[in-house]
Design a protein around this ligand. Structure first.
Ligand code: GDP
Ligand code: IMO
Ligand code: MG
Length: 424
């Protein structure tokens, strides 16, 4: 058996949560491989709307086991709150959720450092979710981080104090106010709670599942254009959000990777700072935000909106080895009589390219658009055969541009509002 990977091709919020939940019944295991509480993955079904942050989006499917992998940065306080919010659904979370001992812990000072670092950047701020992501990955790479498995050690408190002291020295240089005894107590309570869950050697768990013939879906967080290596650096997150991140974030060898599902919105959005060539700073952008309800699932911030960006999608498809595309939010484009798609960029020196330039940040990019006729009709309840011809043309146009089949079209936030075109 292989591990299929589902990940975002844009700047996050493509609809990963919805589709992992839709596909989860086909899989024995769903595993998150990077990111942490910066993610907000929304699921809608049976009149319920629920946002997950660190817990994999297979959790509502009773036969699917869920793994938080070693590549994740886990905040125990957020974890406790998330579990609390799930309690009303009567799920068997304790038997269906497994957490890697090698996942990195986010401690309260990481969140304070995130605030301090962003404040110090002034106008150049990343627009971080302030969940402590950057500082916790810094400590991981700096070889001084704490890991989930450490909570089982008798010397955990000592290790924790040592790291807190390092952080406090840095925080002294910044103007951040906090009530440490309160933060520390909340963290220690949450650690006690975390210890009551299945803390496992997830790399063994997953490889044994593979050997036993189980099917596994790796769930990405953020999007490829926020990847630490390939995103619009420095306006990125601090992890590898691409397919390779599933290998390092789960302990899965590259030869075990199967399908790579690349998920994208039928247009583009971005939350936080950084370049966005097709951003619409006009009433069309406003209309997309309103119709698509484009407000962050984690922070509530309004998302920046624009037309679809084919050069950047091609780039993401290349880096990830995408085998099938999943197109989300087709219904949102129904408001427009015509739709634009950026097919190439014109750079400041007049050069036209379909590649993403190194200096995306400082390069003045003028998108070159192709205009397509819109469908201007309600897609609710339609099946594949009933789709308006203009939408079929949009899908065929994207498939031809991107060279990868579109295997799923999403026409609304609910599980049921999903058109499957999978070949297998
Ligand atoms: P994720 O981070 O990739 O899981 O995506 P988010 O949950 O942050 O953002 C996607 C938003 O779009 C959520 O509010 C979803 O409920 C919603 N959504 C997902 N698919 C569709 C769709 O096809 N149409 C519409 N209108 N909304 C959708
Ligand atoms: P999901 O999984 C959209 C953005 C932030 C900021 C940058 C760095 O829901 O798609 P960080 O908190 O990681 O230091 O922020 O990345 N960002 C996201 N944008 N969706 C997300 O996750 C995001 N996670 C982080 O807005 O610009
Ligand atoms: Mg999200």
């Amino acid at each position: 058996m292989k591990v299929d990977v589902l990940l975002g091709l844009q700047w996050g919020d493509e609809g990963k949560g919805k589709i992992v939940d839709v596909l989860a019944p086909r899989y024995d295991v769903v595993a998150r491989f990077q990111g942490g509480p910066n993610a907000g993955h929304t699921l809608e079904f049976d009149g319920i709307k629920h946002v997950l942050h660190q817990i994999p989006s297979g959790i509502f499917r009773s036969k699917t086991r869920n793994v938080i992998g070693n590549g994740v940065v886990l905040d125990p306080i957020v974890f406790q709150t998330e579990i609390g919010k799930l309690s009303k659904y009567n799920l068997d979370v304790r038997s269906n959720l497994f957490i890697s001992k090698k996942a990195t812990l986010i401690i309260p000072t990481h969140r304070l450092l995130d605030q301090a670092q962003e404040k110090a950047k002034g106008d150049d701020k990343i627009g971080s979710t302030l969940k402590g992501i950057g500082p916790s990955y810094q400590d991981k790479i700096g070889r001084q981080g704490l890991r989930v498995g450490d909570v089982l050690s008798p010397s955990f408190r000592e290790k924790f104090n040592k790291l807190v002291n390092v952080h406090m020295e840095i925080l002294k240089l910044h103007d951040v106010s906090f009530d440490w005894p309160e933060l520390e107590k909340a963290f220690m309570d949450a650690v006690k709670f975390l210890k009551t869950f299945n803390l496992i050697d997830s790399e063994y768990f997953l490889n044994q599942e593979l050997s036993a013939g189980s099917t596994i879906l790796a769930e990405g967080a953020q999007g490829s254009l926020l990847d630490i290596d390939f995103g619009s650096y420095p306006f990125v997150t601090s992890s590898n959000t691409v397919t390779a991140g599933a290998c390092t974030g789960l302990g899965i060898a590259p030869r075990h990777i199967g399908e790579v599902y690349g998920i994208f919105k039928a247009y583009s959005t971005r939350v936080g700072s950084g370049p966005f060539p097709t951003e619409l700073l006009n009433e069309e952008g406003e209309a997309l935000r309103k119709e698509g309800n484009e407000f962050g699932s984690t922070t509530g911030r309004p998302r920046r909106c624009g037309w679809i960006d084919i050069p950047s999608l091609k780039y993401s498809i290349m880096i990830n080895g995408v085998t099938q595309l999943l197109m989300m939010k087709a219904d949102v484009l129904s408001i427009f009589p015509s739709i634009k798609a950026c097919v190439r960029y014109q750079l400041a020196d007049g050069k036209v390219t379909d590649q993403v330039p190194y200096e995306l940040i400082h390069e003045r990019i003028t998108p070159i658009y192709e205009e397509l006729k819109g469908w201007n009709c309600n897609l609710k309840g339609l099946n594949e055969k009933e789709l308006p011809i203009e939408l079929v043309h949009y899908v065929e146009f994207l498939e031809a541009q991107l060279g990868v089949p579109i295997s799923l079209i999403s026409t609304g936030p609910d599980r049921k509002e999903t058109i499957h075109r999978f070949k297998k």
